[in-house]
Design a protein around this ligand. Structure first.
Ligand code: ASP
Length: 590
């Protein structure tokens, strides 16, 4: 070994020991003769000295060092002189008096400082990711991620689960995104699809009698990039046989209830057992299927207050079967016209037509619809919503779904603007009983809300043809601070029901057989009832590490244009390779 001790682990108890350190030069300074070096390895930083009066050769070499040089130092651990201790450093009571300094490798001046956490352009960080990862914050994130997956493995192993690897080169396993395709050289014109999740494979493992499966699994989805999306990402993929919904929920809830304090002790889980809301409740109360319960601001239905409204817009919406719903923006009664206009523009971006406001100023009712609001209505609205003096009530009159979406988004906007949610608190909540299908207006067809392998509620099976919108499913989501942490469901295990669902989402017989024939066939050979889930590991690590996006917790992520700017991927292929793959490029791709 190049080292006998880790830099970050030296303590006062080591004084007098002869040690050899190896690591990177974190800082370097010449204090009139004696050279002071901070040497860093993965475990931390320790100060070393090179004194010409004690070890002239070591001093001579140390004079050649620069930041990020790789260095080995043999020396003796000394207590730092009184007054020179550094209480901010775990090794701050000691230093290593260097006897021998060896340069293991030189380093160019890095494009950004490794020894401090200053803002750096993200593409520069990603281009030099190996340097970015050398920084303390990123090292911390890598370690946290390791702890998370290790905890998961141990927890599941102790409960009879086994980890099984499933193929990356497979066939379409749809989760609602585009597939990544890989051309086959040996089968011209044929393609593998990268799995959007191991969904079908884990279900086949249940048919195979595995009963309790998990995998720290990579998923590939070709979709537009956002803060919490990447072309490839990692899930804790899990499946169990002979279980009902609550068996899966209890297992996952137990896992997170134990995992969070173990890996992120500063975080507090808001409530255990985790609250359970049906999808309908979540939509009605929070306007969103991933509610953040760290703060109130629930939506209320103000339809009854305005049943006899003189305001034409309200009348028309109510007559047309729409709703008038509202939330309170606490302390925002004095918002300017411009501030309200900005909120209205935001509401319109969410698909709303506009935003009505009623402000309880303490000196009467103001707001952009106040002239249409009678004193009785204002009093009734106040009673219903619980608005106090100084509050601004935001009203949306629209179709139920639109009103919910707009107010749900406004609620989250105010969370951030007014700092309503404590970041050390984790709101974990289950959302249950999702609709089985939603209507894709563009393609004019029903689509599976979760995925096509989800079991519709038994009682709703007869409605599959007559009223698909009313069919609920045995799907569930776990939500953390308003972010979808993972989805799962009880699965279909009968060939007939599976076939019916494929038909319902518009697949032809040929497509069903071509894409999913193997699964339908497998279900004919004794498929047990089963269900599972797949919590996202990137998202969990992001929340626990207080990072703003998942790129910060992935070692080598793509940037927001889905590019790897370090290795330059994707990049054009060699014409010879394309020929072998039987691929000719279209003009616009050349
Ligand atoms: N395949 C997952 C499941 O277990 C869901 C997902 O990947 O989002 O249902």
């Amino acid at each position: 070994m190049y080292k006998t001790i880790r830099c970050g682990e030296l303590r006062a108890g080591d004084v007098g020991r002869e040690v050899t350190l190896a690591g990177w030069v974190d800082r370097w300074r010449d204090h009139g003769g004696v050279i002071f070096l901070d040497v860093r390895d993965r475990w931390g930083v320790v100060q070393a000295t090179a004194n010409p009066a004690i070890a002239p050769a070591a001093h001579e070499t140390a004079a050649k060092l620069r930041n990020e040089f790789v260095v080995q130092i043999r020396g003796v651990v000394r207590k730092r002189p009184a007054g020179m201790e550094n209480p901010n450093l775990a090794t701050g009571e000691v230093e290593v008096e260097g006897r021998e300094v060896t340069i293991l490798n030189a380093a160019l001046t890095p494009p950004f400082n490794i020894n401090e956490d200053l803002p750096v352009d993200e593409n520069v960080r990603l281009k030099y990711r190996y340097l970015d990862l050398r920084r303390e914050r990123m090292q911390r994130n890598l370690v946290l991620r390791h702890k998370i997956t290790k905890f998961m493995r141990d927890y599941l192993d102790a409960r009879g689960f086994i980890e099984v690897e499933t193929p990356i080169l497979f066939k379409t396993t749809p989760e609602g995104a585009r597939d990544y395709l890989v051309p086959s050289r040996v089968h011209p014109g044929c393609f593998y699809a990268l799995p959007q999740s191991p969904q079908q494979l884990k279900q086949l493992l249940m048919v195979a009698g595995v009963e309790r499966y998990f995998q720290i699994a990579r998923c590939f989805r070709d979709e537009d990039q956002r803060g919490d999306r990447q072309p490839e990402f990692t899930q804790l993929d899990l499946e169990m046989s002979f279980v009902h919904r609550d068996d899966v929920l209890d297992l996952i809830e137990g896992l997170f209830t134990e995992l969070i304090p173990a890996v992120a002790p500063a975080k507090q889980i808001l409530k255990t057992p985790f609250p359970r809301l049906t999808w309908h409740e979540a939509m009605n109360r929070y306007g969103i299927d991933k509610p953040d319960l760290r703060f109130g601001m629930e939506l209320c239905d103000a339809g009854a207050v305005f049943a006899k409204s003189e305001f034409k817009v309200f009348q028309d919406v109510l007559k047309g079967g729409g709703v008038i719903k509202c939330i309170i923006a606490p302390g925002c009664a004095a918002y300017s016209r411009k501030e309200v206009d900005d909120l209205t523009a935001f509401a319109q971006e969410q698909g709303g037509k506009g935003l009505a406001t009623v402000a309880y100023t303490g000196e009467g009712v103001k707001g952009n619809v106040s002239k249409f609001v009678s004193a009785d209505e204002a009093a009734a609205l106040r009673k219903l919503s619980g608005a106090k003096d100084g509050d601004l009530v935001l009203l949306v009159a629209d179709k139920l779904a639109t009103a919910n979406t707009v107010l749900g988004a406004l609620r989250n906007l105010f969370r951030d603007r007014l700092n309503l949610a404590d970041k050390e608190v984790l709101s974990l909540v289950w959302v249950l009983d999702f609709p089985m299908f939603h209507w894709n207006e563009e393609e004019k067809r029903w689509e599976a809300e979760h995925h096509a392998f989800t079991m519709p509620k038994e009682a709703d099976l007869p409605k599959m043809d007559s009223d698909p919108a009313a069919v609920l499913s045995d799907a569930y989501d776990l939500v953390i601070n308003g972010i979808e942490l993972g989805s799962g469901s009880i699965r279909i295990h009968s060939s007939d029901v599976q076939h019916k669902v494929f038909q319902r989402i518009g697949l032809s017989e040929a497509e069903i057989k071509g894409r999913f024939g193997h699964l339908l066939e497998a279900f004919e050979y004794g498929a047990p009832p089963h269900g599972g889930m797949a919590p996202g590991i990137d998202r969990l690590a992001m929340v626990l590490a207080d990072e703003p996006n998942i790129r910060e917790v992935i070692a080598f992520p793509k940037n927001q244009q889905a590019l790897d700017v370090m290795a330059d991927a994707p990049s054009p292929a060699d014409p010879r390779q394309l020929k072998e793959l039987h691929i000719r490029l279209a003009d616009d791709a050349k």
